[in-house]
Design a protein. Structure first.
Length: 270
């Protein structure tokens, strides 16, 4: 077996969590990531017949049976992942019954995956139906996006429009817009189901007064998606209290979208 600490997917998790912490998106143990892995790739580093222990999932995920994920641990600080990945991360496989995960590596201190694991798995199920290449679900608390929640209407259309108008690249990076949920208690199946329902339409879902969920084909795409949304929110917060002299108009948005040939939400344009 090859050394798993040299695996590309493990290095990606370490680098991404470090960057998210550095940017202030994941204070303390805030935030979590799940990354759908290729079984053959994992097999280079682990004996897939060796199960360390089983962990109840908290809901039935039969649609993901047999799939393997690397997931951040509950109560774990992103700042510690890079220095001690085996304690702060775990690699799990969903059993055939869909109710249990088999731990193949990690959580060496007896820990388990994030309490948001059901929400992550529900989002993976929803996104895989839209895009079979979807592999990453990422949750974090970007400062400016969270601040924007307190001064802006929390609905899909108006929130998306405000973000699109902040930076020319926005409608190109997230042409499908942003889904927005009202405040909900986190760590339960209800918010997971609501998020997954939004994920049928959007790759970015804002949890009102809490944070954001992003989904994508790989770590870079998902990180960049949230990064762009956060940059737009930062510009919004820097300018919201000032008289607006210039703006990106709806005509401009259409011009951008058509020039880059992206399938944007036309119902979000006046």
């Amino acid at each position: 077996m090859e050394n798993i600490l040299q695996a590309k997917f493990l290095k990606e998790m370490c680098q991404t969590t470090a960057n998210m912490y550095r940017l202030g998106w994941d204070e303390r143990n805030g935030g979590n990531i799940s990354y759908l892995l290729d079984e053959k790739e994992v097999g280079k580093y682990l004996d897939l017949e060796k199960v360390i222990r089983e962990i109840p999932i908290g809901f039935e995920a039969k649609e993901l049976a047999g799939k393997i994920f690397i997931v951040t641990g509950t109560g774990k600080y992103f700042k510690n992942v890079e220095s001690d990945p085996e304690t702060n991360l775990g690699i799990v496989r969903i059993k055939a019954d869909g109710k249990t995960a088999e731990l193949l590596w990690g959580y060496k201190d007896g820990g388990r995956f994030t309490s948001e694991f059901p929400a992550h798995m529900m989002s993976h199920i929803a996104r895989l139906k839209v895009d079979p290449d979807n592999r990453v679900v990422m949750h974090c608390h970007p400062t400016n996006l969270l601040a924007m929640n307190f001064v802006h209407e929390l609905d899909d259309r108006s929130f998306t429009r405000s973000l699109w108008q902040m930076c020319t690249e926005c409608i190109v990076v997230f042409p499908d817009g942003v889904g927005v949920l009202p405040w909900m208690l986190c760590g339960n199946n209800a918010i997971g189901e609501a998020t997954a329902n939004k994920m049928k339409e959007y790759r970015v879902v804002v949890w009102g007064l809490h944070g954001v969920y992003g989904a994508g084909k790989d770590m870079d795409e998902t990180f960049g998606l949230i990064e762009t949304v956060e940059k737009a929110a930062e510009i919004y917060m820097l300018t919201a209290h000032l008289p607006r002299v210039n703006t990106i108009t709806d005509e401009n948005l259409v011009t951008i979208a058509e020039a880059f040939k992206v399938n944007y939400r036309k119902d979000f344009i006046d």
